[in-house]
Design a protein around this ligand. Structure first.
Ligand code: SAM
Length: 228
């Protein structure tokens, strides 16, 4: 039976090129590589996991799907899961904080030279991750935002190259801000409501705190309320 991905992982899968040799870092259950093999998008993958429980769950699911010859499951920290002879050309890192994704990339940076594309799905700190990418010789080639179970998720498709991102780009995402999809607007409307509530609780005499909060609020209003 074909593995059914969450909408979040299905959205990530859309950006995996046909025929890629994939490493999925922090694969947990290994659903993403399994589904990509099953639908013939790819024919080889590595599933890397640093924690024993999820590693064992990945081993179990890969064996159950009868894919031991196509997916190697490795107990490894971050990019230590692959070697040059694996010829990995695409890496996915999904469902972790943006700071942790940047740390994983930084720790194995030299190994990224031979990798063509990174597909990253941070759960938070997207700005921090974009800043790391910009200062380390990577450029965004696409971004996507989607929602599932009342949460918003950003997906970044990254290749080697240069980009210059303003503070606004870092926070909102250059492609997302340009496309200004209904999901993007809903995500930032929700953030706006949160910050406006927080502002209402800051006493009038804490001027610096109020000013900082008002600036954050105004920046969001400018992005979501200006026409495309
Ligand atoms: N990628 C899957 C997804 O998006 O549904 C699983 C996400 S799960 C929340 C995060 C996984 O990353 C956990 O299984 C965790 O053990 C693993 N992880 C965290 N840090 C890691 C690292 N440095 N190297 C490999 N795996 C890591």
């Amino acid at each position: 039976m074909q593995t059914v991905l969450s909408q979040r992982l299905a959205a990530v899968a859309e950006f995996v090129p046909q025929g890629a040799r994939l490493l999925d870092v922090g694969s947990d259950h290994a659903y993403l590589p399994i589904a990509l093999i099953e639908d013939n998008t790819i024919s080889f993958a590595l599933a890397g996991e640093v924690v024993k429980g999820p590693y064992e769950s990945a081993l179990h699911n890969v064996a159950n799907a009868g894919l031991n010859d196509k997916i190697a499951v490795r107990l490894a920290n971050g990019l230590a899961a692959f070697e040059p002879e694996d010829k990995v050309d695409v890496i996915t890192i999904c469902g972790m904080g943006g700071g942790l994704i940047a740390e994983i990339l930084a720790a194995g940076k030299a190994k990224l030279a031979s990798v063509e594309r990174l597909i990253l799905q941070p759960n938070n700190r997207e700005d921090e991750l974009r800043a790391w990418l910009m200062t380390n010789g990577f450029k965004l080639v696409a971004e996507h935002i989607m929602t599932e179970n009342d949460k918003y998720y950003e997906i970044m498709v990254v290749e080697h190259g240069h980009m210059h991102l303003s503070a606004e780009d870092l926070r909102f995402g250059p492609f997302l801000m340009q496309a200004k999809s209904p999901v993007f607007c809903a995500r930032w409307e929700r953030e706006l409501a949160k910050l406006e509530l927080a502002l209402s609780h800051i006493p009038e005499n804490r001027v610096a705190d109020r000013t900082a909060m008002i600036q954050k609020i105004d920046a969001i209003k400018e992005v979501i309320h200006e026409s495309k």
